[in-house]
Write a protein that binds this ligand. Sequence first.
Ligand code: GLU
Length: 323
Amino acid sequence: MDIAPHDNLDPAPVVGRFAPSPSGRMHLGNVFSSLVAWLSAKSQGGRMVLRIEDLDDRCRQEYADQIMRDYEWLGLTWDVGPVYQRDRTEVYEEALRSLTDRGLTYPCFCSRAELHAASAPHASDGTPIYAGTCRNLSPAEVAERSRLRTPATRLRVPAVDDVADDMIEFVDRTYGAQCEALATECGDFLVRRSDGVFAYQLAAVVDDAAMGVTEVVRGCDLLSSTPRQIYLQNLLGLPHPTYAHVPLLMAPDGRRLSKRDHDCGMDGLRERFGTPEALLGWLAGKTGIAPDCEPRSAEELVGIFSWENVRTHRNNLVIEPIL
Ligand code: GLU
């Protein structure tokens, strides 16, 4: 599968990416994080790649098509892609084999109910911290359990006392220095689900490297995924892109804006604002990217974009109702 640029583009110093999951229409929160990703790359003379993260069976081609039309309407162009993750399972397979060959993975037979048991400690993003139940099963136990259930595959993380490797550190462009002990804050994590679908963490890391991505800009709900991704890059010998997480947009009552807020969905936004300039100018003004809410195109925003203005809103941004 060809993921090289369409044209003979010179190697760009900065390569950013859009990585939407086509499980629904875009909403205001996606527009904001996509806009910041695009502005960051373009303000550094970089280019953008588009990757459709469609491994999960909730994803639909019609949503992917719609998301691409919405990017185009907004003026958020891409230079490479679309690359569909569903076409790349052989590449993920190979990465997983390299981990498995080194004894870094193991089959996990735990059911959802077992994992989500009330007593299980949970990570900051709400996922249960894996207790290591299947970590040391004997070959006989694995054979026995495999007869009843297809296992998922987990990646071992270093134990807490493994002082050399246990902490993952990085500097986020918005949220500053980050440090996480995978063993206590996440535990051995899934790289492949029991239905055979590769986990987002593995696929994203393999693809970011394959697509030459140098900067990852995305919503801050994924900040807690970054240590797992850096750990995978370490194990697979892949380069580390820079990371910048973008504050989430919240409704005034403290809820995160979601696909369920009709007025924040793309249909409602296009109807309400009429032009991409009106929508982007309003959003840029509300989020501090621009000094006011005057209509502005994505191109016009490149000239005034500064990470400093995003950073001042580290705490989630409250957006008042639009309609
Ligand atoms: N596909 C993810 C989403 O739409 C984003 C993944 C990423 O940016 O790493 O939420």
